[in-house]
Design a protein around this ligand. Structure first.
Ligand SMILES: NC(=O)c1ccc[n+]([C@@H]2O[C@H](COP(=O)([O-])OP(=O)(O)OC[C@H]3O[C@@H](n4cnc5c(N)ncnc54)[C@H](OP(=O)(O)O)[C@@H]3O)[C@@H](O)[C@H]2O)c1
Length: 316
């Protein structure tokens, strides 16, 4: 089968012919139909994104999420059967076939097309974990999402809605971003320079340049969850503001999570968001698809201005 391997000598992606993996204990062999492109792919290429849940020895396979059809099950795998449509986090999604741990596999409902499904797992699990767990979102509370037009930001807007947020605002830098977040269900688009509305939970993808505004926007007892650092990682923190408002500051990542922790997040997302995924109220916007051979071009486009939404690699 074909798979995109990260070349050790220059960190470029190379399409290689490799043996098809066989599913081990509790694993599924999946014929990949789509695999989303993520910012973390760029770090992974530079060797700066090791994941506890997916230790890679030997060749480094690219692609952190995938959707496809189960073609075989390993010993002890009982939740899915050949022919089932599944999606999930993985190592090596940019390939014809990939192995998924069945505990991380989520069913793809008939209403969700496979290209969108391939772009959903990482964003869905990230934003669910950030809002429901780290952000302790309660129904009716106000949410503010920074970099709302990023791939995960748009999913975050939808997830916040589906979890019962009372009001969802999203920061954007452009008219296209504003249109995208409003289309995805935000009540308000906060364009650069606008005052930020008060919020109970801020889900932050921007990092350093957003810290002061996020702290100022949070209500008493508010929660700030650091998900991404698109604009930088170091900033001054006014501890007086933190104490006075009795704020909670949390960070999330998949890098240090075990398989079991990832599985618990996947199970929670299926339980609390499965119906919204089926109904289409949580559904990633796909900006563009790329054939497998052009996976590196897809990753490179992440650095450039592009329409809001996810980029997806489809082996075809
Ligand atoms: N913690 C986790 O588990 C986790 C999981 C997934 C992603 N992340 C993080 O979340 C962030 C977004 O990831 P993604 O895959 O959704 O990325 P992405 O789709 O490439 O999003 C980037 C977009 O964000 C907007 N943006 C706003 N402020 C920005 C800034 N200061 N610098 C660059 N872009 C800015 C830009 O859109 P406009 O031009 O329209 O403004 C840009 O196109 C990344 O930092 C990523 O590492 C974290």
């Amino acid at each position: 089968m074909r798979a995109m391997v990260i070349r050790p000598q220059d960190d470029a992606l190379e399409l290689c012919d490799v043996p098809s993996p066989s599913p081990g204990q509790g694993e599924l062999l999946v014929a990949v139909e789509a695999s989303g492109v993520n910012r973390a792919d760029l770090l992974q290429r530079r060797g700066a994104y090791a994941q506890v849940a997916f230790p890679q020895e030997g060749p480094r396979f690219a692609g952190m999420e995938a959707a496809g059809t189960v073609v075989a099950t390993g010993p002890g795998a009982t939740r899915f059967a050949p022919g089932d449509r599944v999606m999930g986090l993985c190592a090596g999604g940019f390939a014809d076939r990939v192995v998924l741990d069945e505990r991380l596999a989520m069913p793809v409902p008939a209403e969700l097309d496979m290209v969108a499904a391939g772009a959903l797992p990482l964003g869905l699990m990230t934003e669910y974990d950030a809002l429901a767990d780290a952000g302790r979102l309660r129904p009716g509370e106000r949410v503010l999402i920074t970099a709302g037009s990023s791939g995960v930001g748009l999913i975050g807007v939808q997830v916040a809605r589906a979890l019962g947020a009372g009001r969802v605002a999203a920061t954007v830098r452009s008219a296209a971003g504003r249109d995208a977040v409003l289309r995805h269900g935000a009540d308000e688009a906060v364009v650069t320079g606008d005052p930020w509305p008060e919020a109970d939970v801020v889900i932050d993808h921007v990092g350093a340049p957003a810290l002061a505004s996020a702290l100022a926007a949070l209500a008493l007892g508010g929660r700030l969850v650091s998900v991404g650092r698109l604009g930088g990682r170091s900033a001054e923190l006014d501890l007086n503001e933190l104490a006075r408002k009795r704020l909670l500051l949390a960070g999330v990542t998949f890098r240090t999570r075990t398989r079991e922790e990832c599985a618990a997040i996947a199970a929670g997302a299926v339980r609390d968001l499965g119906e919204a995924v089926r109904a289409g109220t949580v559904r990633p916007a796909v900006a563009r698809t790329f054939p497998l051979a052009e996976a590196q071009a897809a990753q490179d486009l992440l650095r450039d201005a592009r329409p809001p939404g996810k980029l997806v690699v489809t082996p075809g």
